[in-house]
Design a protein around this ligand. Structure first.
Ligand code: FUL
Length: 457
């Protein structure tokens, strides 16, 4: 049986914890005075966004109990993947055009996929590799071998550890776990702090020391981006359906979502849309599963998203200035399921086909005083997809645009209209044969830099 609790419920209970405000968080980026002008991404944020695609791997005791959330009472002996091969995960991801893997090093059940000194509830107590296995090591080695970046999810909520809910004691444990993860395995590109949370034993409520936790990441892996509802580097997009906001600003007001799991009025909108006047750069990550659940359940083997659905996800995530973190969960064998791998291959082939020929290559490009960009194509072409983008290294500015097309002499007609551009905006529209294409900037925050335009059939 698959049990799948609602995240909404637990997100609310997290709010009730009354966490201290993070306004005073002494972090390099969050606390620095806003630089003059528009916020811009750090080198790590830019790299993270340009990767466009990362693969999420939910794996752990739930894989063996057929549950979505474990209760922490699982026997470590059940963790026994028969053929675990992290290279199979990494190759499937790389071959499908993904640039990073993010593994659930620990989910809410508290079972650690690496041998930790903080608890016996780990792979070290399992029969897998005779108790000397380390999934985090195998994942990070596979990332290095395939040129992918590694990311780690360490659930704050821990339903196993006896100190959970005894705030300073658990903070010590949590920081010790992070320290192990961030010092033993080489570079880690992303650290993922989930927003779901709940009470500890006897209803005890954990009050996290987020500044200390995030400060630990900064100190040990200064090149990593930190993900949570509240960033500080990368924010949750506000849903698990694979849909970034429209508009989607990479700038935010940090006070709108002050800590992970905050649930005040307006949080949902702030996560989805960002804020055109926000003082901090915090782009949206779109996490969604290729299956109904996050963990593998054999009962869902027939419910893997089809290629059209995956392409649609690409449009609503990467194509809306987001980063797609697509979950593909390993099975009890410790391998990605053949159906999922086949869908990933088809997803790659569909993107390759769709974006094979940029019909704007060779076009004569002119920029008007109002910032609009006109392309004169080398020959008439039938276009049905556009990829627009700003040079986000210089920030994000476009708030509303219209893409228009015209024949050699005919009048302009609208192909697509939209709000924000950011790193990438993908539009699909009824195919039109055009010789000229014009992108008009109808609203912007400040002076725009001329966006890029690529056109496809
Ligand atoms: C949620 C968790 O409760 C789910 O189990 C999953 O890990 C998802 C990515 O985040 O908050």
């Amino acid at each position: 049986m698959v049990t799948r609790p609602s995240r909404e419920l637990t997100r609310r209970s997290f709010l009730e914890l009354g966490l201290a405000s993070l306004a005073a968080c002494a972090l390099p980026r969050g606390s620095a005075p806003a630089p003059p002008g528009r916020p811009r991404p750090s080198a790590s944020q830019l790299r993270w966004q340009r990767d466009e695609l990362a693969m999420f791997l939910h794996f752990g005791v739930n894989t063996f109990t057929d549950r979505e959330w474990g209760d922490g009472r699982e026997d470590p002996a059940i963790f026994a993947p028969s053929r675990l091969d992290a290279m199979q995960w990494a190759r499937a991801a790389r071959d499908a055009g993904f640039r990073a893997l993010v593994l659930t090093a620990k989910h809410h059940d508290g079972f650690c996929l690496w041998p930790t000194s903080t608890t016996r509830h780990s792979v070290a107590s399992s029969p897998w590799r005779d108790g000397s296995g380390d999934v985090v090591r195998e994942l990070t080695d596979a990332c290095r071998a395939t040129g992918l970046r590694a990311g780690l999810y360490l659930s704050p909520w821990d339903r196993n550890h006896p100190s959970y809910g005894d705030s300073p004691r658990y903070d010590d444990v949590y920081v010790a776990q992070l320290t192990e993860l961030l010092t033993r395995y080489g570079p880690v590109a992303e650290v993922w702090f989930d927003g779901a949370n709940g009470e500890g034993p006897d209803g005890r409520k954990q009050v996290y020391d987020w500044p200390r936790i995030w400060g630990t990441v900064r100190r040990l892996q200064p090149g990593a981006v930190i993900f949570s509802d509240a960033g500080p580097d990368v924010r949750w997009c506000g849903n698990e359906r694979g849909v970034a906001g429209d508009p989607n600003w990479s700038t935010v007001d940090p006070a709108a979502v002050p800590y992970p799991g905050a649930d005040a009025p307006g949080v949902g909108d702030a996560l989805q849309h960002g804020d055109p006047h926000g003082s901090v750069w915090r782009p949206a990550e779109v996490d969604v599963s290729i299956r109904p659940g996050w963990f593998h359940h054999a009962s869902e083997d027939e419910k893997v998203r089809g290629v059209e659905n995956l392409v649609e996800l690409y449009f609503t995530s990467v194509g809306r200035n987001g980063k797609l973190l697509l979950n593909v969960p390993p099975t009890r064998d410790g391998l990605l399921h053949p159906t999922d791998v086949a869908r990933l291959t088809a997803f790659r082939a569909a993107r390759d086909e769709l974006f094979a020929h940029d019909l704007a290559v060779g076009a004569r490009r002119s920029v008007g005083r109002d910032g609009s960009v006109t392309l004169e194509l080398p020959r008439a072409a039938t276009v049905g997809v556009a990829r627009l983008g700003e040079d986000i290294a210089r920030g994000q500015r476009v708030a509303r645009y219209a893409l228009e097309g015209a024949g050699d002499s005919g009048a302009w007609r609208t192909l697509a209209e939209g709000t924000t551009l950011g790193h990438a905006k993908l539009d699909r529209f009824p195919p039109a044969t055009v010789r000229r294409v014009r992108l008009r900037i109808l609203e912007a925050v400040g002076v725009t830099h001329p966006p890029t335009i690529a056109l496809f059939a």
